[in-house]
Ligand binder design. Structure first.
Ligand code: ARG
Ligand code: ZN
Length: 462
């Protein structure tokens, strides 16, 4: 998958130069130090795919120190003399590949690993990285904090979109590479650690408790979490048997309770619209976090920096289909995540006493041409600093409403369900979404998308 994508992107000069080194002579060559995404050229790595991550993390809230071991089970997609992982800060003390000591070096956020012997293409191999230190979040191009975000009391808000995974574990950190995870976190008694998927076990010994989590569906690194706090925990099964696990900071508990109580209803409602819920667990992590300012659709269990309102819960839940199960293969297509999750809010509001979706579109269209909404096209943000700006969210939702008004409800919801169903656990891009919309509706939609998804400024007519 990675190799195929890299070839497709090789037309870009930077990448062509990188790949020239990687393809000489037919012998072993270094993996590329990038997944080839122009918005985040330093993210991700070529030459291998991580099938599974096993992370053992020990965290001391008093000193904020993390002591960790990561075991990555990977497959080489080329003959590899060396390969790269993404890791920001922290100190690596040892790396082994298939049980043998490997050489390693650091440069910026890249950890280069050179195994004792080249890895043949197709080989499955195991990399063990031992590392420690006080993790530090990174600042994204839009100015927001991302990654392992420590709070004054030692609790930690862990979110990784788009590039923060590297602040707490070594990874192939681009949504092109999706993997299963086991994340075990050991914290002092009284503290809890909450990750993705199901809690396999919770064991206390010598004043510390280990929370061992399993995410068995493929997950992009940015959707992993291991959030730590003195949480109130609630766990139960929905009427359909889906396990729900909520971890809530006591300071937010009262405000969060009525909204979190809606999780089963929101999952059931979205399942009727988008097709079956893709994962085997659900829930929420609600923190009382400073300096974050956003929520994230961490897979199976979204994380909120405060008690969410119902629209935010509906939004992050919709991302489980759009963004988590069906992933981007380049950040430019962020509207496929944010526009869809925002449209889910429009649908919820329309059915719960709010304005209809057509009225929403009309109200947005009425905004003056100087409004932020029109500052760049939803389908072409232009730079990494813009991916979480207004257009991918709000204009993204407008595109979907225009599509719905053009093709009718029956075709529109068939498009959404087919997108989520056919690409479940995989990837999709904008051109593929346009093609699917044309196929299902039987209509030519190029001018609709040219105007509403890619048009600069405010369209001349509503
Ligand atoms: N995907 C998140 C949401 O819409 C937003 C993440 C923003 N992250 C950031 N680094 N600015 O719910
Ligand atoms: Zn979102």
């Amino acid at each position: 998958m990675i190799a195929r994508r890299l070839l497709a992107l090789a037309a870009t000069p930077v990448l062509a130069a990188l790949l020239a080194g990687a393809s000489q002579g037919g012998g072993a060559a270094p993996g590329a130090p990038t997944a080839g995404d122009p918005y985040f050229p330093q993210s991700g790595d070529g030459g291998y795919h991580v099938v599974h991550y096993r992370l053992d993390l020990g965290y001391a809230p008093a000193s904020r120190r993390l002591d960790a071991t990561a075991v990555l089970t990977s497959t080489a997609t080329q003959k590899l003399s060396s390969f790269f992982l993404d890791l920001s800060g922290l100190t690596v003390s040892s790396v082994t590949v298939d049980g043998r000591k490997a050489a390693f070096s650091r440069s910026g956020v890249k950890l280069k690993v050179t195994p004792a012997h080249a890895l043949p293409r197709g080989r499955s191999f195991s990399t063990v990285i031992t590392y420690a230190g006080v993790p530090k979040d990174v600042t994204d191009p839009d100015g927001s904090a991302d990654g392992w975000i420590t709070q004054k009391d030692g609790s930690v808000f862990v979110a990784g979109e788009p590039q923060g995974a590297m602040t707490w574990f070594p990874s192939n950190s681009h949504p092109l590479d999706k993997s299963t995870y086991e994340i075990a976190v050991t914290v002092p008694d009284g503290w809890s650690a909450v990750s993705n998927g199901r809690l396999e076990s919770q064991c206390a010994s010598n004043g510390r408790t280990t929370f061992d989590w399993r995410e068995t569906s493929p997950m992009a690194a940015y959707l992993a979490t291991a959030s730590i706090g003195k949480f109130q925990v609630q766990s139960y099964r929905t009427a359909s048997g889906l396990p729900v696990y909520n971890a809530v900071d006591p300071a937010e508990a009262k405000a969060a309770a009525p909204v979190l109580a809606q999780i089963p209803a929101v999952v059931a409602w979205e399942s009727t619209l988008f097709g079956r819920y893709p994962f085997d667990a659900a829930g929420a992590i609600v923190e009382h976090a400073h300096g974050v300012g956003y929520a994230l659709e961490t897979q199976t269990r979204p994380i909120y920096d405060r008690a969410p309102d119902i629209d935010t819960l509906v939004h992050e839940t919709a991302h489980q289909w759009f963004g988590d199960s069906v992933s981007l293969d380049r950040w430019k297509d962020i509207w496929l995540n944010e526009g869809f999750a925002t449209y889910a809010e429009w649908l919820w509001d329309a059915q719960h006493g709010g304005p209809g979706t057509a009225a929403r579109l009309a109200a947005d269209y009425a905004l003056p041409a100087t409004n932020d909404l029109w500052s760049f096209p939803a389908g072409d943000p232009g730079s990494a600093a813009n991916i979480f700006g207004t257009p991918p969210y709000e204009r993204g939702a407008m595109v979907l409403e225009k599509l719905r008004e053009t093709v009718g409800d029956k075709a529109f919801f068939a498009i959404l369900r087919t997108w989520a169903g056919e690409r479940r656990y995989g990837h999709g891009d904008s051109a593929q979404f346009v093609a699917l919309s044309e196929k299902i509706s039987g209509e030519r939609l190029d001018s609709l998308f040219a105007t509403w998804l890619y048009g600069q400024g405010k369209p001349a007519t509503p």
